[in-house]
Design a protein around this ligand. Structure first.
Ligand code: BGC
Length: 364
């Protein structure tokens, strides 16, 4: 297991190591030269996943502080108008680079284009803005995230020896390009099984804005419609997975129906230790934050770096210079690796009844 983690680390380092400087840019709209570097970051919300406030904010701030660069990190709390207002205020206050996690591509694009017109360089952080104009896109290989989820569900169903499992999908927000990529990933694993008649898909719903409360309602409806017969839940992240688990608990089905996730939330890791969640996908957010901060600082100084990779924006047709990091699947056996990586602490995880489960899972 450690080997897997070290491999993730190595990929991360490689990605960072390949950000080679290619000197000052002289095109007119390039931010930087002459101005004091200041980086603005707009996070999307604090409800769809705890990562934004507990990991991204912390690691980005640490990276900017370590480089001695001024930063302003704000959270739009799921409000698209607030998102635009924050962006306007940041531009007025003189940020030289703006980094966003868009709430949807339309408002994201408006913000990126406005920044660009004011000479402020931009970065798409974690979510690609379709049709957008960001200089860089920094994220994980999101189709790989989805593949790990699909493979995880298959692994848990196979281990439980479930025949012809009935599967429900709880997809992410239809306005998040990542949700599309995650689905491409898990479909690539599960669709052949549906087509071959090995598995049946009994429900397939997207959760608007990744809203956890709505996810519980949607899953309740899926379960009712399926006559209580759902054998596996492909949930696109931990918040949605936890919503499904809460409904399964009410029906005494938790622990019997594997549920997937993403983000390695402390709550999800506890669900995994308790046997209520099959797996999660760990994304080393520190590496994502460090890579994005490195690019932002370069842009703020009027420099460009080679990322060695591009992603095609399917809407704008642009090849966007990108950094894509490697995700890792987490099961009960390797929950400890998330702690070893410093993402979650033992104290957060091993509270109350979880203390014994932690010891059993080799968390010391
Ligand atoms: C991120 C996930 C997160 C989800 C909800 C996605 O774009 O990649 O890590 O769980 O948004 O916030």
């Amino acid at each position: 297991m450690r080997k897997g983690f070290l491999a993730v680390g190595a990929v991360g380092l490689l990605a960072l190591g390949s950000l080679t400087a290619c000197g000052n840019e002289s095109d007119g709209d390039q931010a930087g030269s002459g101005k004091t570097p200041k980086i603005g970051v707009i996070l999307p919300d604090s409800k769809s996943s705890v990562r934004w406030e507990s990991a991204d904010r912390k690691f980005l701030k640490e990276a900017f502080d370590a480089a001695g660069v001024e930063s302003d990190i704000q959270n739009a709390q799921g409000d698209k108008n607030a998102f635009q207002t924050i962006a306007d205020q940041m531009i007025t206050s003189g940020v030289t680079v703006l980094m966003i996690v868009n709430l949807d591509s339309g408002t994201g694009k408006a913000v990126l284009d406005k920044a660009k017109s004011q000479g402020v360089a931009t970065i798409d952080y974690d979510r690609l803005t379709l049709g957008g104009s960001a200089e860089y896109y920094v994220s994980f290989d999101n189709e790989a995230v989805g593949r790990l989820q699909g493979e995880g569900l298959v692994k848990c169903l196979t281990e439980a020896n479930v025949q012809k499992p009935a599967i429900a999908y709880l997809n992410g927000s239809p306005t998040d390009n990542n949700a599309t990529l995650f689905k491409n990933g898990y479909d690539s694993v599960l669709k052949p099984k549906f087509d071959a008649g090995e598995y049946t898909k009994v429900a397939d719903d997207s959760v608007p804005d990744w809203d956890n409360a709505q996810a519980a309602t949607i899953f309740e409806q899926q379960l009712t419609k399926a006559g209580g017969k759902i054998d596996g839940v492909l949930s696109a992240n931990d918040g949605l997975g936890n919503a499904a688990i809460s409904v399964l608990k009410k029906n005494n089905l938790n622990g019997k129906v594997p549920v997937t996730g993403q983000d390695a939330d402390p709550q999800a890791l506890q669900n995994i230790l308790a046997g209520d969640q099959c797996m999660t996908v760990y994304k080393a957010v520190k590496k994502e934050a460090d890579a994005a901060a490195e690019l932002a600082i370069a842009l703020a100084k009027g420099e460009r770096k080679e990322t060695g990779q591009t992603v095609k924006d399917p809407e704008g047709g642009r090849d966007v210079p990108s950094v894509l990091l490697t995700p890792a699947a987490i099961y009960k056996e390797n929950v400890k690796d998330v702690i070893a990586d410093g993402y979650v602490t033992k104290d957060e995880l091993c509270t109350g009844n979880y203390a014994k489960l932690c010891t059993d899972a080799g968390i010391s």
